[in-house]
Design a protein around this ligand. Sequence first.
Ligand SMILES: Nc1ncnc2c1ncn2[C@@H]1O[C@H](COP(=O)(O)OP(=O)(O)OP(=O)(O)O)[C@@H](O)[C@H]1O
Length: 229
Amino acid sequence: MMLDCVNVVKRYGGKFAVNGMSVAIEDAHIYGLLGPNGSGKSTWMKMAAGLIVPDEGEMRLDGVKISAETKKHIAYMPTEGYFYSYMKIKDAGRYYQDFFDDFDAQQFEKLTADMDLEMNMKVRNLSSGMMAKLKIAVTLSRKAELYLLDEPLNGIDLLARDEVVNTILTNMSDNASVVISSHLVEELERIIDKAIFMKDGQIVLMGDVEEIRQERGESVTDLYRQIYG
Ligand SMILES: Nc1ncnc2c1ncn2[C@@H]1O[C@H](COP(=O)(O)OP(=O)(O)OP(=O)(O)O)[C@@H](O)[C@H]1O
């Protein structure tokens, strides 16, 4: 599947959150959507996920305008928590299963076990790291073609981040792509193969991570420091 985004603009009041963004997300890649707070990463993801509508420009998944139809193929993990506090972890899985035909309950059991989440724990008692893991578990339990993960490492402590990153990599559907938004570049450096650098609602640089390393002789983290430092 290809997510094609052409000259997309989103304004809030008079201010640009996304200001003319064009990008093509292709199959079987791991994209890092990188940039500091306020650069427009979340706004772009919400548009790709069909939660908000661009003011200008076009966004299509395999030629189909982003809509209820495209939501069936895209698994989106927002930054906000979206479970009711009275729910247990197993209820959160069922709740998600009700919404999405591609939800795999066995995969949910496996993922929660891998990340040490107990099915009977109440959402209201979860630490921020556990909540982050639960959001990842429900999202990756969908057999989607494109995963959009907004700041999946937020709230997860340094030592658990590698484990969570590995969980993401090993549990995506075959041939799917994932876009991971983050300002935690060092944690992502080893797993992404495409980097998109955003600033003030625009893409300032985009490329193949291996090429960046070879042609510039520097890491994605070095480049991030140069662009935003
Ligand atoms: N619902 C909204 N109403 C008003 N302004 C908004 C809204 N959503 C985003 N913005 C503004 O748009 C800009 C881009 O925000 P966005 O959340 O997309 O950035 P981000 O790169 O995801 O940053 P963060 O990591 O802080 O979430 C910011 O200036 C933000 O204040």
